[in-house]
Design a protein around this ligand. Structure first.
Ligand code: KG4
Ligand code: ZN
Length: 334
């Protein structure tokens, strides 16, 4: 059994997963409300909160799994990328848990976790597959031929898709995090009411399947300015629906391009934006049309969680005691 910890951003997460990929428990203490009043994550506040929560969340994951520390054979932890102070809490905690029992420790790349979240039971995806990862900090399409690594076919050149949702929500006067707020409000609006740009850098047949969302965000800024406060408030649902349609359209077009080129039988999605209801529906239809099987993990495995870190640990070389005592967290991708 693997005990995994994830503290790269503003969620304190622990999970117990078997080496076969059965999720025995996945506990998440969200700090969302704590940061909401600042309109975004405050790194120092996040680190302090992780420190307060990590022991309780770990105990909760073990209890929910009906497991004791004595049954854990491997401790996995997100090493990066993320907020350095936040990551350090998880890494230090994992070292203590592992070293006290002479257990191996597996350092995991957070993005690898999102890429292989869909290899977990009950419907594990098999390579080769493509994966769209769209989160608050990253957006890319990867090809997976073996679950221990992934090749990036294209990525955002500026804002991540989740960032576009969060910044758009802020312009519309909605709360943080903005993705779920826009997702909810968009259901009441007309997605064709406003025309927002869907950028595909280099054109639809560019060699790299890159994305860009900064122009879209600027376009919403100008639209909100032109409409004025009152009219923006009145048309908020239409603006949210049209803005969401543009993000989903841009992601969908790139996924369609990637599937046309790579000819794999399966597609996975991950990252917080993969919890978006319109994106899930759109990609479901798109994949069905192309005869590709879509693996969309439940939203709780799309947003940050530690079960996906355990999933990636299954395909990552562990470090044995005491080699990991000098392991450092890393803010940037490895
Ligand atoms: O993967 P994640 O939990 O954390 C990062 O690694 O960044 O992703 C968080 C992002 C936020 O930008 C949030 O607004 C977005 O995912 N998100 C959504 C939805 N739920 C979360 N975006 C659109 N629709 C949603 N339902
Ligand atoms: Zn993430």
């Amino acid at each position: 059994m693997i005990l995994a910890l994830e503290t790269s951003c503003d969620d304190t997460c622990a999970a117990v997963v078997t080496s076969g990929g059965d999720v025995r428990s996945s506990s998440v203490a969200s700090q969302g409300l704590l940061h909401a009043r600042y309109g975004g994550v405050v790194p120092e506040v996040a680190s302090r909160r992780h420190l307060e929560l990590i022991d309780a969340v770990t105990a909760d994951a073990l209890e929910s799994a009906g497991a004791s520390l004595a049954e854990i054979e491997n401790v996995a932890v997100t090493r990066g990328p993320g907020l350095i102070g936040a990551l350090l809490v998880g890494v230090a905690s994992a070292k203590a848990l592992a070293a006290a029992r002479n257990l191996p420790l597996t350092p995991v790349d957070h993005l690898h976790g999102h890429v292989v979240a869909s290899t977990l039971a009950p419907d594990p995806i098999e390579p080769p597959y493509l994966c769209l990862v769209a989160s608050g900090g990253h957006t890319f399409i990867a090809r997976v031929d073996e679950p221990s690594r992934y090749a990036i076919l294209g990525q955002t050149l500026d804002d991540a898709a989740g960032e576009a949702f969060d910044k758009g929500a802020r312009l519309l006067g909605l709360g943080y995090p903005g993705g779920p707020e826009i997702d909810r409000l968009a259901r009441e609006g007309d997605p064709e009411a406003f025309d927002f740009p869907r950028s595909a850098p280099g054109g639809p047949s560019a060699e790299r399947l890159d994305l860009s969302f900064s122009g879209l965000k600027t376009s919403l800024l100008y639209r909100v300015r032109d409409l004025g406060e009152e009219e923006t408030a009145r048309r908020r649902a239409d603006l949210a629906a049209s803005y969401q349609r543009a993000i989903v359209g841009a992601l969908g077009a790139r996924v369609a391009g990637a599937l046309g080129r790579e000819r794999v039988p399966r597609m996975a999605i991950g990252g917080g934006v993969a919890a978006n209801s319109e994106l899930r529906e759109h990609l479901g239809e798109l994949c069905a049309d192309l005869g590709v099987r879509l693996h969309a993990p439940p939203p709780s495995l799309c947003t940050d969680n530690a079960a996906m870190i355990a999933a990636a640990a299954r395909f990552t070389e562990p470090l044995s005691y005491p080699d990991y005592l000098t392991l450092d967290a890393s803010a940037r991708p490895a």
